[in-house]
Ligand binder design. Structure first.
Ligand SMILES: Cc1cc2nc3c(=O)[nH]c(=O)nc-3n(C[C@H](O)[C@H](O)[C@H](O)COP(=O)(O)O)c2cc1C
Length: 220
């Protein structure tokens, strides 16, 4: 009787957690330490917390995480794959949505972003909504979006939402004190996309019941 009551209370708490508490992972996909992408990701995380106070956030800085390129040893969980990666993978698995801050490198998304897609082989990103924020120190920023939208989803099953953000002249981006090259509408657009990713992340949760990774783990 006593055990049953505890079991029911635990079930209610777990249901409440999954229904009302959301987790968003914010990934800065630069190769540099103290990058512009990480700076932008910190600003965006702070804004997200203002928009949704109960939100749980996981921040991953690929420039600082020293994750190696995918190797076959990952399968056995040896070395870095057994400690550093498992913790990252668990955090991504628990997330309901993602925000990728991706700088344009050589007219592409960064290799570290592509590497993360290879590493996420256990459905960490699968059928979860994700927002792309691309950054450029100049007038670029469109190519990483085209690259990610075209070539990242097949096996990860990541779900890019139809809106994205490009932060051009990123060194001048500083909400409250932007430089002249930052358009005055940018903060409003960022808020709009953050509200959207929060709504998508919450509304897509029931979809997860349908996912069949055993038969359809890789796309076509
Ligand atoms: C290897 C490399 C390649 C780059 N290629 C481009 C490019 O093709 N287009 C562009 O607009 N900026 C390019 N840039 C400039 C980046 O947009 C700028 O350095 C930006 O701040 C990088 O973001 P990060 O600080 O997060 O790494 C490149 C920078 C690096 C380091």
């Amino acid at each position: 009787m006593y055990d049953n009551n505890i079991h029911n209370i635990l079930k209610i708490i777990i249901n409440f957690w999954y229904t009302y508490i959301m987790k968003i992972s914010i990934i800065a996909a630069s190769h540099r330490q103290k990058s512009e992408s990480k700076r932008v990701s910190d600003i965006i995380q702070a804004r997200l917390k203002e928009l949704s106070q109960s939100l749980d956030c996981f921040s991953l800085d690929l420039g600082a995480s020293s994750l190696p390129l995918w190797t076959p040893e990952k399968k056995n969980g040896d070395g870095v794959w057994g400690d550093t990666w498992i913790e990252i993978s668990n955090n991504l698995n628990q997330s309901d949505g993602f925000i990728f801050i991706v700088p344009e490198y050589g007219g592409m998304a960064t290799p570290s972003a592509k590497n993360l897609f290879l590493l996420c082989g256990e459905g960490e990103l699968a059928h979860k909504p994700s927002l792309i924020v691309s950054v450029s120190s100049g007038n670029g920023g469109a190519y990483p979006i085209a690259d990610l939208r075209s070539f990242s989803y097949k096996n990860t099953h990541i779900m890019w939402i139809p809106e994205n953000v490009i932060i051009r002249n990123v060194e001048e981006y500083n909400p409250g004190n932007h430089g002249k090259a930052i358009p005055e509408w940018l903060d409003k657009r960022i808020d709009y996309t953050l509200e959207l990713i929060l709504a998508y992340s919450s509304n897509m949760k029931p979809l997860r019941k349908l996912i069949n990774r055993k038969d359809f783990g890789n796309g076509m």
